[in-house]
Design a protein around this ligand. Sequence first.
Ligand code: PMV
Length: 289
Amino acid sequence: MATWSAPGKVFLFGEHAVLYEKPGIALAIRPRVYVTVRKTSHPHHAKSPYIDQCFREFGVKGSVYINSQLPSSSGLGSSAAVTVATLAAINDEFDMGRSKEQIAELAWKIEKKVQKGRASATDTTVSTYGGMFLIKEGTRKRLAPQNYHLVIGNSQISHSTSRMVEKVAELRSKHPAIINPVLDSIEAIVMDAMKHLDEPAYLGKLMDMNNCLLEMLGVGHPQLSRLVLAARSTGAFGAKITGAGGGGCMVALAPKNIRARIAGAIEVFDGRAIITCIDTEGLRKERDA
Ligand code: PMV
């Protein structure tokens, strides 16, 4: 039996734009997914195309038990965390000898396969290595981890990442002269953010701008707007949709002493709040029970 865990992620800047050759900044966050894999003669596991694909890639069969602190389909990278941790647990249980690098690559390949081609390497990279990264078209640059205080608001409105990705693609092909400059502006935000990573108040303003641009891409939702405004009006440095949008989560960057107040405001507006910070460990082996 082998148990491995992997963290979730938030996009600080650049979701959607990363699918158009633009850079994005994402970081691993504390809630994790724990996956136990066991060699058995009667394999069974919860229905998941990601898990099926992990076993197919290794050509083995086994039982899987998942314990997740991450809400699924909410934009916090739970499918990537499940994939990365499942691959690592199979690798360990069946002595397949794959490196962390190979697991990250394989996890990205599986995400692309299950999501029919359109998935950036962001989720799988961040979940495997932990910390913070600048991602651009399959390349990654590790950034110095910052002590950001984050409050996530889950709108509890389910969304489909592939549907939102399609929606942006449609909007862009219909209005290229409008949407291409929006993607360029998101890139400019990421480049500016890179020069101010240790200034949360400055980054907050950039998050607010990035949120407006995500709204222009058509991935906003009234409930996400309520949570974003609730976070800003209680003193966050800035707040924005994180992930695919259309539902799912928003993230606020906050001064440490008012995180609880922001979380309370999010709950008042029917969101589920998670107070969190950066995870620097990434993929981790858990002690066998
Ligand atoms: O909602 P999530 O966590 O799957 O994030 C999607 C982010 C996109 O940029 C829209 C897609 C991607 O693969 O990066």
